[in-house]
Design a protein around this ligand. Structure first.
Ligand code: HEC
Length: 595
């Protein structure tokens, strides 16, 4: 008679119990270690495949273990990445055995410096600027389309090459005062000279605290990415629809995208050009600037109305658009007044409120009467007020006469630029004036306007929490602030991305179920979570280098959505825009033993 070891029934039981798990969720499991077998903690493990690509990223835990959850069977490209270690990539088959992955330390300082996010390089650039006003101007004017300090931007160049780059940037709206402009090439070349930058960025390399792993709470997260659109696309903003679909707008190709996260299926809905030329209402006499941009209406921001319709501002077309998800049809409403409709919110009655960035207005559109009410906001002085009233004339001139873009660019830097907008629980409308360093309130009935100065520069996309307090990111000041409309008090925190000031938080959003604040880590490839109760910040590193984010939304499960809208798209790692979902609450099954 054979003797059965006492452990066998336990193993059989364990196998039986694990069967349903193996059937319902196919995973990639494994351990990340260094050359001596020591666990590598907080490595980002990404499984990706397909065209368009779809990827899932998790972090290795304190023992180096990881589980990439719920994947379709087949071959996946696996990438393991941790600052201080060489990237590792290989093909894996699902289902397959547990993996043991060994990383090699990165010993080449130049390669190590290249692993760091753009903001770390940008910190060196900012050190070059002595005058705080000049620094603020550069940050506000040069970081609102793409990251600064990224591989594409940190290339040392000859003066004449800088001349060419700065001329092009000014034409696109990145204008600088002549004083700042003259110094920019010198600052760039001094900061990004590898002989200066690499030793600074890699000081202390090889030491344990050189690049500490993210905390355990962050390492629980699961991050999904979907490539959406082509190499010439720019997914400016995105929105989670009550149906669970995710919509985003391609500002360069005039399309609305719809992603079904369950199936990965995407659909595109082109937006009519209404017979407008390239560049829409802002077409100039010169050639279109980005060779691959085909924008005539320029969809910018989007929101769902109580009836489920999707409203989109068409920034270049000076229009508001409504998309009906059931009929898949568009209605387009040309604005009666103003230039460059921007961010929008919809009130309980279904009326659409939006900022008009170019002409310093806020407008309200009533779908019942199909009419606009346009509210002119205060300008800083009479000169601005006159310029703003003459905008139609300036646009006519730009369309018909070649004007010096340097002149136009500098003027734009000082215009108020109404930006973010949100609706308070009591129905008041609040907005920011980006360049004026102000926020303001509009009475929704009388349209009376009042302005409040912010104690920090460049208030950008603001949002209310569930208790009616207004959260504001300071773009060029690298802060997040809470404003209480009752007491008129601001409370302000530095966004804790080192070196301080190198982060440019573009937008934030508040999850009303917990009042947790999520902030775009726009220049550091991250999403930043802030818990107001404990005043604790958590920084979630995102998988793709050069992830530039401008908007945040939440799904019904409390997952955080954003899109990578660095413009130009080619500067993004692997050159395509992605939409991103971060699940902060996933508690991936812990592995019991080293496989
Ligand atoms: C309105 C959007 C916008 C703003 C604002 C902007 N840029 Fe750019 N930037 C671009 C685009 C688009 C490109 C890519 C151009 C191309 O490849 O055709 C680019 C490319 C660059 C490059 C890389 C050029 C190359 O040869 O690869 C540098 C450097 C740069 N920008 C610096 C700046 C600076 C400095 C400022 C502020 C003065 C600035 N940008 C402001 C849109 C912008």
């Amino acid at each position: 008679m054979t003797r059965i070891p006492r452990t066998v029934p336990a193993i059989v039981l364990a196998l039986l119990l694990s069967v349903p798990l193996a059937v319902t969720a196919i995973e990639i499991t494994g351990t990340v270690v260094g050359p001596d077998g020591e666990p590598v903690v907080g490595a980002r493990v990404t499984a990706e495949r397909g065209d368009p690509a779809r990827g899932t990223t998790v972090f290795s835990n304190a023992d180096g273990h990881f589980v990439v959850p719920a994947l379709d069977p087949g071959t996946w490209e696996l990438r393991v990445r941790r600052i201080g270690w060489r990237d590792l990539s290989r093909e894996v088959h699902v289902p397959g055995p547990g993996l043991s992955l060994t990383l090699q330390p990165e010993g080449d300082p130049e390669a190590l410096a290249a692993q760091l996010p753009a903001n770390r390089w940008f910190g060196l650039f900012l050190e070059q600027i002595d005058d705080p006003g000049h620094r603020e101007q550069f940050v506000r004017q040069c970081t609102y389309c793409h990251q600064q300090g990224s591989p594409a931007t940190r290339v040392p160049r000859e003066d004449w090459q800088w001349e060419k780059v700065l001329h092009l940037m000014a034409r696109m709206g990145g204008g600088l005062s002549p004083e700042v402009r003259a110094q920019v090439p010198g600052w760039f070349n001094a900061a990004y000279d590898p002989a200066h930058a690499v030793p600074r960025l890699t000081a202390g390399m090889g030491e344990a605290d050189f690049a500490p792993p993210p905390p355990a709470e962050v390492r629980r997260a699961v991050i999904d990415e979907w490539v959406l659109g082509g190499r010439a696309s720019m997914q400016h903003d995105l929105m989670v629809h009550p149906s669970g679909h995710v919509y985003s707008v391609d500002m360069m190709q005039d399309e609305l995208f719809r992603l079904d996260p369950e199936t990965g299926e995407t659909q595109r809905f082109p937006i009519s050009d209404s017979g407008l030329p390239l560049g829409g209402a802002f077409a100039t006499s010169g050639p279109p600037l980005q060779p691959n941009a085909n924008a005539r209406v320029g969809p910018h921001s989007l929101q769902a109305a109580p009836d489920g319709s999707v409203w989109v501002t068409l920034a270049l077309g000076n229009q508001l658009a409504r998309f009906d998800p059931s009929t898949e049809e568009w209605s387009i409403y040309p604005m009666s007044e103003g230039f460059y409709p921007h961010t929008l919110r919809i009130d309980d009655a279904g009326r659409v409120w939006f900022t008009i960035a170019g002409s310093n207005h806020v407008a309200r559109f009533d779908p019942e009467t199909e009419s606009f009410e346009t509210i002119r906001l205060p300008a800083a002085n009479w000169r601005q007020a006159v310029i703003l009233r003459l905008l139609p004339l300036f646009l006519w001139i730009a369309q018909n006469v070649e004007i010096d873009p340097e002149v136009a660019g500098e003027g734009a830097a000082s215009m108020p630029v109404p930006y973010g907008i949100d609706i308070a629980p009591n129905g008041d409308i609040w907005f920011s004036q980006l360049n004026a360093h102000k926020i303001g309130r509009i009475d929704p009935e009388s349209f009376e306007v009042e302005l409040v100065e912010t104690p920090f520069s460049a208030p950008r996309r603001l949002r209310f929490d569930s208790k009616g307090r207004l959260w504001i990111p300071g773009f060029s000041s690298g802060v997040v602030s809470r404003f209480d409309p009752e007491t008129r008090a601001f409370e302000t925190w530095d966004v804790p991305i080192e070196p301080l000031g190198s982060e440019t938080p573009y937008a934030l959003h508040v999850d009303h179920s917990t009042d947790t604040v999520w902030i775009c880590g726009t220049n550091s490839d991250s999403l930043i979570r802030f818990e107001p109760e404990s005043e604790e910040f958590l920084v979630y590193p995102l998988p793709t280098r050069v992830t530039y984010t401008r908007e945040i939304d939440f799904d019904a499960e409390g997952r955080v959505w954003t899109s990578n809208s660095n413009a130009p798209t080619w500067q993004i790692e692997r050159g395509q825009p992605r939409v991103i979902r971060l699940d902060p609450r996933t508690r991936v099954r812990e592995l019991a033993a080293t496989p």
